[in-house]
Design a protein around this ligand. Structure first.
Ligand code: ZN
Length: 452
């Protein structure tokens, strides 16, 4: 009896291995990985055309805005963009409307997204002043982890006070899951912002000055200390500075379990680009000097930065294109993340193909407790594959993006290497740059930690 799907004639890449062959998937699960001659017969056979076959690539930081903010993005458009970006699973953020702050919202969103998604998804619960008692129930409902916004950001979700924070981290430790922080000291950045506005500054770089690296370093230090006293695993979202990375290292050496992520804009763009792109590049935390970018890139190469995430943040043109102090922060990138990482990281800066797979697939799954179900090509795990043509040349055109939001600093960026196939648990979402999914199939990814 033939199995469902074989992708053959590729170059299979894992973090530790590279060989010619393919992958066989039956009932959504990988049943064989090997040379073409060793793969079973299948009803559907796809020819990878000599391109790379990666474990499904992951974007562990997106804002698909569903429910409540669907004028910016919804899970249909967001996950379609993900499919074209070679992304098989995403971690979606909780600053939707209503915020994801109780188990009912986790369950409701699971159902809602399941009917729209062309990729698998993880949900994090947000922790605010009045909901630490919802942490354990949210874990039981299927949250992959948690998030606290320490700096002012989209959705105006105020951070809990320190007493509640320590309490909350204790509850998170009980679940065994990880909690991540938007790590910016709000008092410092509000203070400097007031000063810059009073001084009449309206240039784009004033925004970078308003949120200096000390904001990031200070909140990491404080959260690491709380983590030490509560025994909690923590994560730092969208790391933007050398100072932040140094602070993480300092606390890792003391035994704290801290993971972190960064995005291509923090490494390959710099504040100098603010002069050209202006408000388009406004992002929290901001893109800083080239020295910070170089330090983060070094961290990605040597493993101190665990994985790559885009922080895909769609907004309308109207929300975005205002003065530097009035404009909203964030831009889109889930669709272009992997091609930019490949072109800038592998082609131009010499990262190995195996390390690309480690930081774009395996390490995100490990940090968020869903490895090897996600982020691997092991037999018995989910049949998620990204087929990648390393040589295809491209130029990004914002009008061709599938997200509702079109504002991106990567518009007109050129490079080479692009995803040409996206397969999620055996479902072909994209093939040969054509959308192939006939119906949504995305599922909630649950942590592999025992939730009693
Ligand atoms: Zn974000």
């Amino acid at each position: 009896m033939a199995i469902d799907l074989v992708v053959r004639n590729g170059v299979v890449v894992t973090p530790t291995n590279t060989f010619e062959g393919g992958v066989a998937i039956d009932d959504g699960i990988i049943v064989a990985v090997g040379h073409d001659s060793d793969l079973p017969d299948a009803e559907n056979i796809l020819d990878a055309g000599g391109n790379y076959i990666f474990p499904g690539l992951m974007d562990p930081h997106v804002h698909f805005r569903d429910p409540g903010l669907t004028y910016k993005e919804d899970f249909t458009t967001g996950s379609t963009a993900a499919a074209f970006g070679g992304i098989t699973s995403v971690l979606d953020m909780p600053n939707v409307k209503p915020i994801t702050a109780d188990p009912e919202q986790i369950l409701l969103r699971e159902k809602l997204i399941h009917e729209k998604a062309y990729c698998d998804f993880m949900l994090v619960g947000v922790v605010v002043q009045d909901n630490p008692d919802q942490i354990i129930p949210m874990a039981k409902a299927g949250a992959i982890g948690f998030k606290i916004f320490l700096g002012s950001t989209i959705g105006n979700i105020p951070a809990p006070d320190d007493g509640v924070l320590v309490d909350a981290l204790g509850h998170v430790a009980e679940t065994g899951l990880r909690i991540g922080f938007h790590a910016e000291n709000d008092q410092i950045l509000q203070h400097i912002t007031r000063q810059l506005i009073a001084a009449g500054r309206t240039d784009a770089r004033a925004f970078v000055e308003s949120r200096p690296a000390i904001c990031e370093a200070e909140s990491i230090q404080r959260m690491a200390l709380f983590a030490k006293y509560t025994g909690t695993k923590i994560h730092i979202y969208h790391l933007s500075s050398k100072d932040g990375l140094d602070m993480i290292e300092e606390h890792r050496e003391k035994g704290i379990d801290i993971t972190t992520e960064t995005g291509p804009h923090y490494m390959y763009l710099s504040e100098e680009d603010m002069d050209e792109f202006g408000v388009v590049m406004r992002m929290n935390p901001p893109v800083r000097s080239k020295e910070h970018g170089a330090a983060l890139w070094e961290g990605v190469l040597d493993g101190r930065v665990n994985f790559i995430a885009d922080d895909h943040s769609p907004h309308t043109e109207e929300e975005k294109m205002k003065g530097i102090w009035e404009a909203i922060s964030g831009f889109v990138g889930v669709e272009t993340l992997m091609q930019v990482m490949w072109s800038e990281g592998v082609v131009k800066r010499g990262m190995s193909v195996n390390h690309f797979v480690r930081v774009c697939s395996e390490n995100g799954a490990r940090a968020w407790d869903c490895y090897p179900q996600k982020g691997s090509l092991e037999v018995g795990t989910d049949g998620d594959l990204t087929i990648f043509d390393p040589n295809q040349k491209w130029q990004i055109d914002r009008q061709e993006l599938h997200s509702k939001g079109k504002v991106t600093p990567w518009h007109l960026w050129e490079g080479e290497g692009i995803p040409v196939g996206t397969i999620v648990r055996g479902n072909v979402a994209m093939w040969d740059r054509q959308f192939k999914a006939e119906q949504p199939f995305g599922r909630l990814i649950r942590p592999n930690i025992n939730q009693e």
